[in-house]
Design a protein around this ligand. Structure first.
Ligand code: KG4
Length: 338
């Protein structure tokens, strides 16, 4: 049996999961609340919290899986990209445990792991996985990419944001409206109550499959500034419609390029991954495209949209099958693409 322990500590979630022969046995996440009052993740506080959480989280994952440490086959950990101090905690822990147990270590790219989350099996008969090649829209707080996924290992980024990510656009516009952090889920909730066609915001004109969201953020800001001159309660009075219109614009921008990529490359199997894939409007847009364009779509369960260790463990599983291990001098990396 292949028992892989996955460890994720790239940002503000400390997570551990166990996968046995490709099937998920446990998936534990401790999300750090300490950042809420700062309106964003504070790197120093994140790494300290990882340091406190990592042993209890790993212990709980093993306990829930019914696996003893000595029964682990290998340890997979997120090597990057992410916050350096946070990554160092997971990496160092993986090195320590791998040395103590004398088992191999597998380094995992966080972005590839988000894509491979679609291969997590909750039971051994689970067949609902994408077939290659498929397109994956990876949308998170730090990335917006269109990826051609050719195999578990081979992924080609054909488009990406040239400035802000889609999640950042949600978060920054939410901040301008005085909503909480992270803004994406709050905007989503209010958007469900509003009219998406009430306000129009400009969409960028960018070549190819690349994205840009910084212009939207600026035009949203200027629009609110002008409206507030006439009505100081404009935001409060229009919160739902503002959120619905903003969300529709972001989704339209994402789907326009994805549709173009699908048509140009003639790939009709399309997946979505990353934190923003929790957005109900984006999920509806995928369903709508499945109906209209015959796409076979893959939408992750909510638990696999945000950072989690199950996706790290499944990535480790596939690398294990290919004998791809890393050495003890593997250092984390803060920035990189797929
Ligand atoms: O992948 P992720 O968990 O982590 C990082 O990129 O660090 O993505 C987090 C992003 C945030 O920008 C958050 O606002 C966004 O995902 N997000 C959402 C929703 N849930 C999370 N954005 C829109 N609608 C949602 N329901």
């Amino acid at each position: 049996m292949i028992n892989i322990l996955g460890i994720e500590s790239s940002c503000d979630d400390t997570a551990a999961a166990v996968i046995q022969d490709g099937v998920l046995l446990s998936n534990i996440i401790s999300s750090q609340k300490v950042h809420e009052s700062y309106g964003g993740v504070v790197p120093e506080l994140a790494s300290r919290a990882h340091q406190q959480n990592i042993i209890p989280v790993v212990d709980e994952a093993l306990k829930k899986a019914g696996i003893a440490r000595r029964d682990l086959t290998a340890i997979a950990f997120t090597r990057g990209p992410g916050l350096m101090g946070s990554l160092l905690v997971g990496t160092s822990f993986a090195k320590g445990l791998s040395t103590a147990l004398n088992i191999p270590m597998i380094d995992v790219n966080h972005l590839q792991a988000h894509v491979l989350a679609h291969f997590i099996k909750e039971d051994k008969d689970d067949q609902n996985q994408p077939s290659f090649p498929f397109l994956c829209l990876l949308v998170s707080g730090g990335n917006s990419q269109i990826i051609v996924v050719k195999s578990h290992k081979e992924m080609e980024i054909i488009g990406q944001t040239i400035d802000d990510a889609a999640g950042e656009a949600f978060d920054k516009c939410a901040k301008v409206m005085g909503l909480g952090y992270p803004g994406g889920p709050i905007v989503n909730k209010l958007a469900n109550l509003g009219d998406p066609n009430k306000f129009k915001f400009n969409k960028p004109h960018i070549q190819g499959y690349n994205y840009s969201f910084s212009g939207l953020k600026t035009s949203f800001l200027y629009f609110l500034r002008d409206e507030l001159k006439n009505d100081s309660d404009f935001i409060d009075n229009n919160k739902e419609d503002l959120c619905a219109s903003l969300q529709k614009t972001i989704i339209d921008i994402l789907m326009d390029k994805l549709r173009k990529a699908s048509k140009d490359l003639n790939i009709k199997e399309v997946a979505v991954a990353g934190g923003v894939s929790a957005n109900s409007g984006l999920r509806d847009a995928f369903e709508d495209h499945a109906q209209r364009f015959g796409w076979k779509i893959h939408i992750p369960k909510f638990g696999y949209t945000t950072d989690n260790a199950a996706m790290v463990a499944i990535s480790g599983h596939y690398k294990y099958l290919d004998n791809e291990f890393c050495s003890m001098d593997a250092a984390p990396f803060a920035r990189v693409t797929v």
